[in-house]
Write a protein that binds this ligand. Structure first.
Ligand SMILES: Nc1ncnc2c1ncn2[C@@H]1O[C@H](COP(=O)(O)OP(=O)(O)O)[C@@H](O)[C@H]1O
Ligand SMILES: [Mg+2]
Length: 231
């Protein structure tokens, strides 16, 4: 089991007001699953992703990641897990505007202390995987939206993480480009990666093998997706 969470509760404190975001979520995710998390705005999707990604900690409940109890870790320990085991893809790409694609992709390796020549090799390899071998020297403003998101996916991949987390990865892209990005995720899934993505679009979620629906901070349904020769 890669992810094992039990009765996860998250309450945000806003001054004296308590805002409940997760009200007791239990979820198991295995290696090489491809999961879409859906639900209306405010249902707790991003909160859950942030906890899954060790960017935030739960108020109550248990989270074991790769056999380790991350719900009890301090900030430094969480940062180490994030760096080594989790790749993030965001709706807004979050690339460094002045750095070319290669440099953007090698950043996580700089943080983990990989020597320069090796970094560049790994970054090139990751850019090849997402079909951008011919764009390594382009800066974000010299790339299309879809290409920028591919750079972000390459950056998420470069550390060979146990899991790729993507929060609305197609939210800023037109339908056709969004579908192209989904093909990249599909390929990664076929290569053995574990992917969890948040989306509010059914046709995007349909690419996953499992759909978890949240409502009011609780899991409303958790179903595997039937694929009827969609391709
Ligand atoms: N940093 C925060 N501080 C206070 N409340 C928050 C914070 N982030 C989210 N919330 C609240 O928690 C609930 C769940 O939010 P969120 O996880 O962002 O939902 P979703 O991603 O499904 O739209 C909402 O009621 C939201 O207003
Ligand atoms: Mg959200």
């Amino acid at each position: 089991m890669l992810i094992d969470i039990k009765k996860l509760v998250k309450i945000y404190e806003l001054g004296t007001i308590e805002v409940p975001a997760l009200n007791g979520v239990s979820l198991d995710i295995d290696h090489n699953e491809y999961v879409a998390i859906m639900g209306p705005s405010g249902s707790g999707k991003s909160t859950l992703m942030n906890i899954l990604g060790c960017l935030d900690t739960p108020t109550e409940g248990m989270y074991h990641f790769s056999g380790e109890d991350v719900s009890r870790m301090d900030d430094d320990q969480l940062a180490t897990i994030r760096n080594r085991k989790i790749g993030f893809v965001f709706q807004t790409f979050n690339l460094l505007p002045r750095a070319d694609a290669l440099h953007n992709v090698e950043l996580p390796l700089i943080y983990s202390g990989v020597p320069s020549a090796r970094r560049k090799d790994l970054a090139r390899e990751a850019l090849e995987k997402v079909g951008l071998a011919d764009r390594v020297e382009h800066k974000p403003n010299e790339l299309s939206g879809g290409q920028r998101q591919r750079v972000a996916i390459a950056r998420a991949l470069v550390n060979n993480p146990s899991i790729i987390l993507a929060d609305e990865p197609t939210g800023n892209l037109d339908t056709k480009t969004g579908e192209e990005i989904m093909e990249v995720f599909e390929k990664l899934y076929e290569q053995g990666h574990t992917i969890i993505l948040v989306t509010h679009e059914e046709h995007i979620a349909g690419h996953a093998n499992r759909i978890v629906r949240l409502r009011d901070g609780l899991i409303e349904s958790d179903e595997s997706v039937k694929k009827n020769g969609r391709h």
